[in-house]
Design a protein around this ligand. Structure first.
Ligand code: NAD
Length: 380
């Protein structure tokens, strides 16, 4: 019973074959005419909210700033950076007015800048709480990168600050907004694989330079679990749509490795969900990169590998003796999440991934650490 996924696959397969067969069949002209008739002419630009990017590091420069070109509702208008040369160069590139470049000291004066509607915090994890709260107190809406903060206590302070300021707070869980993970969520929750029995999810990569902030607890809040294991955890939660009630964990860290003086490397953790689904997840800063999950239903199995990359994600469903690859149109995760935030501000709607979503992950991450340390199941 392939139902919707089979229908979608057939349609997508047809489109792919038509594209490949144009020249060979000699029917180029009529098909092109037909394609032209189906051309979607984009709408004129609507209102775009002004965004300030706080922290001009790797993610901001390589993913977030280029993504604004694909946004319908968001434009970059300001930077907050400790490096004026870098900020000025990027201002020229992205047409940001130099008067809208702030540093970490005068950041609070952004409250007087009506061009800025939303602030995007792209700093090391240990700085998320302070800069989110200061942004909210400046009267701006805030999108904060994952993990929301270093502790669940900080997450609560951020949520309280958003309520007090009556501003939106969203956490940048980009996978909730992109087509492949959205389709996996739909398929799993609609029980198209039969009711889910088990989820396997793995997320990791080999951490490099021992000097980087990710390997220093004050700035990272923790090791692989905070940075990358959170993808496996979040996937287990979004694929079930449930909150775990019990957590087991084991961890191993080679303390002779210069990268792991302060934070953990390898973690295996298990989650029990109220419906009976159990999840087995791993997180690592030592193994070859991994971004993978499997949803095992009673009738079929869905697999994503890679599951959470910026692009190139792949999905299969195995049912009976058939493996079907699901191909979807890729989209820019960052443009989608930023436009979602802008839309929520414009329409006064609650974001799909509000502060409470970040708090739930941090609460479970703390339980993972506790279970690994005590060797006992932690009940939530
Ligand atoms: P990065 O090290 O490349 O950038 C961090 C930025 O913070 C730099 O511009 C740096 O100058 C600035 N900074 C300010 N004070 C600092 C301090 N005391 N120490 C170190 N840097 C300081 O990091 P990144 O990879 O861009 O990650 C930034 C955030 O984005 C993190 O929270 C990370 O978890 C998150 N992230 C999310 C994704 C995703 O897919 N959603 C991917 C990568 C990173």
């Amino acid at each position: 019973m392939m139902k919707i996924s089979e229908k979608e696959l057939t349609r997508r397969g047809f489109i792919t074959r038509v594209g490949q067969g144009l020249v060979a069949t000699g029917v180029t002209a009529p098909l092109l005419k037909n394609a032209h008739a189906q051309l979607r002419v984009p709408d004129p630009p609507g209102k775009k909210l002004g965004w300030a990017i706080v922290g001009l590091g790797s993610l901001a420069i390589n993913q977030i700033l280029p993504a604004f070109a694909k946004c319908e509702k968001s434009k970059v208008v300001a930077f907050v950076s400790g490096h004026p040369d870098k900020a000025n160069k990027l201002a020229l590139r992205y047409n940001v007015n130099p008067k809208n470049i702030y540093n970490y000291q005068n950041y609070d004066s952004i409250k007087d800048n009506p061009e800025v509607d939303v602030i995007y915090i792209v700093l090391p994890n240990g700085m998320h709480a302070e800069y989110t709260i200061r942004g909210l107190q400046a009267g701006k809406h805030v999108l904060c990168e994952k993990p929301m903060a270093s502790t669940s206590a900080e997450c609560r302070q951020m949520i309280d600050a958003a309520k007090k300021a009556d501003r939106k707070l969203m956490i940048a869980y980009r996978c909730h907004y992109e087509p492949y993970n959205k389709e996996a969520i739909r398929i799993a929750r609609a029980h198209e694989l039969g009711p889910t029995q088990m989820i396997l999810a793995d997320a990791g990569f080999a951490a490099g330079d021992p000097a980087q902030w990710r390997l220093h607890k004050a700035l990272s809040g923790g090791g692989s679990m905070m940075d990358i294991g959170i993808y496996a955890l979040n996937a287990a939660r979004y694929l079930t749509g449930e909150e775990p009630t019990e957590v087991n964990a084991m961890s191993f860290t080679d303390r002779n490795d210069p990268r792991f003086k302060e934070v953990e490397s390898n973690v295996i953790f298990q989650l029990r969900f109220p419906s009976g689904v159990i999840a087995n997840c791993s997180s690592s800063y030592s193994y070859f990169h991994q971004s993978h999950y499997r949803v095992m239903g009673t009738e079929a199995r869905l697999e994503m590998d890679p599951a959470t990359w910026y692009n190139g994600n792949r999905m299969w469903i195995e049912r009976g003796n058939k493996i079907e690859q699901i191909e979807l149109q890729e989209a820019d995760h960052f443009a989608l999440e930023m436009d979602h935030m802008s839309d929520c501000v414009m329409q006064n709607k609650e974001p799909l991934t509000p502060g409470e979503e970040g708090l739930r992950d941090l609460t479970i991450i703390e339980a993972v650490y506790e279970a690994a340390k005590s060797g006992k199941t932690v009940k939530l």
